[in-house]
Write a protein that binds this ligand. Structure first.
Ligand code: CA
Length: 228
């Protein structure tokens, strides 16, 4: 099912939009503030289209749009603007939105616009992502396996979870605490050293030369990163 993020601070408009999208067969994720929208998107990477209201209590819809676009070129973005905000349309399109809908709008119009964006971005029949690719690696999330150049690499569940964390966050420095919390859970009372031990073992399995790692690189005094 195609998933739409609806960012609108006014509860009555939001529920009106949500009800109509659900009726049209969309799965809906709701957000009331810009920050919340960004969090929800991070939690729901399978969102196809984001519907962003411009006037919000925290960061405005254009800024939300800019931040989404900074690392996501695939998602469709539609701005919701008030009739008086003619300039907003231009700004919205400049910041990377694909389309805008002027309030008040009919549910039919809104659904038609979302359908159109889905077709345009070529995600009409997209399957939810079940694998992550990076360089020679393919991480299959369904059977929890890792291939490098089509060769299966045998991983423990912990190693798999670490790989998933890295591959979902390419080029992002992850602190050892981040890795510990994500992989072992926040209630784990062991030592940070467990992270280093697992990374060392993982490097033996996935690097061409574990003494000169190219994929899992060290961020000195901090942690590790996927990529150079
Ligand atoms: Ca608003």
């Amino acid at each position: 099912m195609r998933k739409v993020l609806v960012l609108e601070d006014e509860a009555s408009i939001r529920s009106f939009v949500v009800i109509n999208l659900r009726r049209a067969g969309y799965d809906v994720v709701e957000a009331e503030t810009g920050e919340q929208a960004l969090e929800k998107l991070a939690e729901n990477p399978d969102v196809s289209v984001a519907l962003l209201d411009v006037m919000l209590p925290d960061i405005d819809g254009f800024e939300v749009c800019r931040r989404i676009r900074a690392n996501n070129l695939e998602i469709g973005i539609i701005m919701l603007t008030a009739r008086s905000q003619e300039m907003d349309k231009v700004t919205g399109l400049m910041t990377g939105a694909d389309d805008y809908v002027t309030k008040p709008f009919s549910p039919t119009e809104l659904v038609a616009r979302i359908d159109a964006i889905c077709r345009r971005v070529g995600i009409d029949d997209a399957e939810p992502k079940s694998e992550i690719r990076s360089g020679p690696f393919v991480l299959n999330l369904d059977n929890r396996s890792l291939d490098k150049n089509d060769q299966r690499i045998r991983l423990t569940q912990v190693e798999f979870t670490i790989m998933k964390l890295f591959m979902e966050n390419p080029d992002k420095a992850l602190s050892r605490e981040d890795i510990l919390n994500n992989v072992w859970g926040r209630d784990y009372f062991g030592e940070l050293k467990i992270v280093d031990v697992n990374i060392r073992r993982l490097r033996m399995k996935i690097e061409d030369d574990a003494t000169n790692p190219q994929y899992i690189t060290t961020v000195w005094g901090y942690g590790y990163k996927w990529g150079k």
